[in-house]
Design a protein around this ligand. Sequence first.
Ligand SMILES: [Fe+2]
Length: 371
Amino acid sequence: MKLFQQISRIEKLDSAEDFVREYEIGKGDFILASRTIYDKYFKPLGVEACVKYKDSYGQGEPTDSMMDALAADFRCSGCTRITAIGGGAVIDMAKLLVLDGEASVKDIFQKRAALKKKYPLIAVPTTCGAGSEVSNVSIAEMTGLHSKLGLAADELYPDHAVLIPQLLSELPYAFWATSAIDAFIHAIESFVSPKANLYTELFSKKAMEIIIDGFRRVAVDGPDARGGLMDEFLTASNLAGIAFGNAGTGAVHAMSYPLSGVYHVTHGEANYQFLTAVFSAYQRFRPEGRLKELNVFLAGMLDCGQEEVYTVLKNLLDKIMKRKPLREYGMKKEEIESFAKNVEASQQRLLGQSYVKFSWEQMAEIYSQLY
Ligand SMILES: [Fe+2]
């Protein structure tokens, strides 16, 4: 049984300038970037690379058609190395560029094309959630399916993951909150995954510890307190990325996909809606085993009894960001059943990594509780 691997070389640097110098970024480099970050930190450095902005391909999270357009631009550029500077969406889009051949993104995601890595990828995260810089996963919305699919393949590991806390210094509160909650979900879901083991658990636990500690400080001292914690949150997100890259995420992610696919709710915010409801359902259906270990760990961190960890966690997270009933995102009552069935039909990879493999009826119950 495979226990653990981490292929990306991880490095921390002080500034964008250090990055450009150390990696000798210039001609022959293809950069996909978030426009605001690139213009503020990299453009003044006069880099001679071929630069494309993610927003030129579309707003929001990646779709197969956005990724096909990006791949066409990359092929025309003649570049031989790829750098992604941005949040999870930017890095996930760039991951597909490393592949040889001209297969469509839909064929690649639906495993109708052989994967062969051709180009190196450097990933520079600018949010503290996705952990995509160290994972072998790319997530995209398949426009015809109205849901997201994840592709996990070792060819997609970035060769380099470069952490530059400076790039997060102006991350707006909502982006910080949703991405940090997403990182927490990576850590907690990977902790109870059937693929979890001692190696992945170390990463999951440390990530949860740093994030909860940071959330408590922000809950007490207010939103501005996050400014001094970006290094910690970026590191925690990276640790959580390593954990879920090995052990996987589960039902929280699976159940969020129809909501974010149909109503364009950002990934972290959509995930957040399901976190405590899914773990409370785990508690009802299978309270023994790894969940018990998790509850002991969380109770220690949250200074509460094991039976109240999900309530205390919910109260802490509510101080970071308010949740909303699913209907406020536009979801319709009749979609409770169709969303649950859609998850059962298209998210078997994630459901197989869940602590309890929910039936569609059990998921419908969770959707209706949150509706
Ligand atoms: Fe996620």
